[in-house]
Design a protein around this ligand. Structure first.
Ligand code: BTN
Length: 346
C-alpha cells in the first residue's frame, strides 16, 4: 500500500492536494514580475473574481508569497520555502518509483536519514526531502552547503534487484534526470560534469551522491542523494567562484516543486528502463551529448598521482574512456577526481 508520512511540524490534512487550477495560477503568475489583474485571471480560468481571490488566499496559506494590490491585481513574490508532503506525493505518485514521501524541516543529511530509514524500514522505496541540511555531504568527504529553503535536498532510498556493480550508474541516471528537469522547467541548458556534477558556465549548481549497502553480493539498498542550488541568493564567500544557483543565473525565482516533480518523473523513467535492461545503452548517447567532460583535456587525480588525459566518451559501463600518453584507459568514478584543465574545478 502506498502511504506518505511526514516528519515536520506542518499539519498534514488527509486528501489535501494542490488543485490544477492553483498550479495553473502559479504558472501564470510566475511568468511575469508584474501584477496580473483579477479580471484577466477570472477570464482566463472562467471563474468569478471572488473565486480567484479564494484560490489566492489558499495559495498564500500554502506558503506562496503573493502580493495583492487594489486596481493592479496579484503578483508572485516568492515560492514556498518548504515542501508539503501531500503536495509532493500528489505530484509524483503516478511515476510509481517511490511508495513513500518523507519531508523534514531540518536534518543532518537526507542520505543519512535514508540510511536510518533503510535500517529500520519495510523495504519501501522512499523519497526524503529536507528544507535544510545541517551536515549535507558531498563526494569525497566534502560538505554540501544546504541553506534553508534555498535548494532541493533530496534522497531516493531504493531497493533494486540488479547487481551491486550497476549501482554507480544510478549517478549517471540522476545526472541526466536533473539536466532534463532543469531544462523543462526553466529552459536552461546546464551541463553534466562526469560523474556527478551539474554545472553552468564553469560553476556548480548541483551534485549527486550515491551510496550503497550490500550483503552477499546483493544490494540491500542504494541511496541516490541529489542537491540543487535553486533559489540561493548569494553563495557563501568561499564557494562564490565555484558555485551558483538557478535563481542567480535566471535572475528570477524558480518553482522548486515543479522542478522536483520533473526530476522525479525523468529519474523514474530512466530507472525503470535501466532496471529492465541493466544497461545504459538506452541513454548513453544522450548522456554523452550533455557531458562537458567528453572531448576535453582533463586532469585525473588519484591518491598517488595526477595525470593529464583526453576524454573520449563515457562508456556503457559508466566509466570514462580516456587517452593518457597514447594509451586508452577506462577510469571509474570511485577511483579519481576529474578536473577540467581550464574551467570548473572539482
Ligand atoms: C557532490 O557534489 O559532491 C554531491 C553533493 C550531493 C548533495 C546531496 S544534498 C541531498 C543529499 N544529502 C546529502 O547529504 N548529500 C546529498
Amino acid at each position: 500500500m502506498n502511504r506518505h508520512i511526514e516528519i515536520s511540524n506542518e499539519v498534514y490534512k488527509d486528501g489535501e492536494s494542490m488543485g490544477t487550477t492553483k498550479n495553473q495560477i502559479i504558472e501564470l503568475l510566475s511568468q511575469t514580475d508584474d501584477y496580473v489583474s483579477g479580471a484577466i485571471l477570472s477570464q482566463q480560468f472562467g471563474m468569478s473574481r471572488s473565486a480567484i481571490w479564494k484560490h489566492m488566499n489558499q495559495l498564500k496559506e500554502s506558503g506562496y508569497h503573493i502580493e495583492s494590490v487594489k486596481h493592479k491585481g496579484y503578483r508572485l513574490l516568492e515560492f514556498p520555502e518548504s515542501f508539503s508532503t501531500q503536495e509532493v506525493w500528489s505530484s509524483i505518485k503516478a511515476y510509481g518509483l517511490v511508495q513513500e514521501v518523507v519531508t523534514i524541516k531540518s536534518v543532518d543529511s537526507t542520505n543519512e536519514e535514508a540510511k536510518r530509514m533503510a535500517n529500520t524500514g519495510n523495504g519501501h522505496n522512499i523519497l526524503i526531502l529536507a528544507e535544510e541540511q545541517l551536515a549535507g555531504k558531498g563526494r569525497r568527504g566534502r560538505t554540501w552547503v544546504s541553506e534553508k529553503g534555498a535548494g532541493i535536498y533530496m534522497s531516493f532510498l531504493l531497493h533494486p534487484s540488479f547487481q551491486p556493480i550497476h549501482a554507480s550508474k544510478l549517478t549517471l541516471l540522476a545526472g541526466l534526470a536533473v539536466y532534463r528537469g532543469i531544462l523543462s522547467v526553466t529552459g536552461l541548458k546546464v551541463a553534466i560534469k562526469w560523474p556527478n556534477d551539474l554545472v553552468y558556465n564553469g560553476k556548480k549548481i548541483g551534485g549527486i551522491l550515491t551510496e550503497m549497502s550490500t550483503e552477499m553480493n546483493e544490494i540491500r539498498y542504494v541511496i541516490v542523494g541529489i542537491g540543487i542550488n535553486v533559489n540561493g541568493k548569494k553563495m557563501a564567500v568561499d564557494i562564490q567562484s565555484m558555485a551558483t544557483s538557478l535563481g542567480l543565473i535566471l535572475e528570477k525565482k524558480v518553482n522548486k516543486k515543479l522542478l522536483l516533480s520533473q526530476i522525479v518523473e525523468v529519474f523514474s523513467q530512466l530507472y525503470n528502463a535501466f532496471s529492465l535492461s541493466n544497461s545504459l545503452a538506452f541513454m548513453i548517447e544522450a548522456y554523452n551529448q550533455q557531458c562537458i567532460t567528453v572531448g576535453k583535456e582533463i586532469q585525473i587525480i588519484s591518491k598517488n598521482e595526477s595525470e593529464i588525459g583526453h576524454c573520449i566518451e563515457v562508456g556503457l559501463d559508466g566509466g570514462l574512456k580516456v587517452v593518457i600518453d597514447g594509451e586508452e584507459r577506462i577510469i571509474q568514478s570511485g577511483e579519481v577526481s576529474v578536473r577540467g584543465l581550464y574551467g570548473y574545478v572539482d
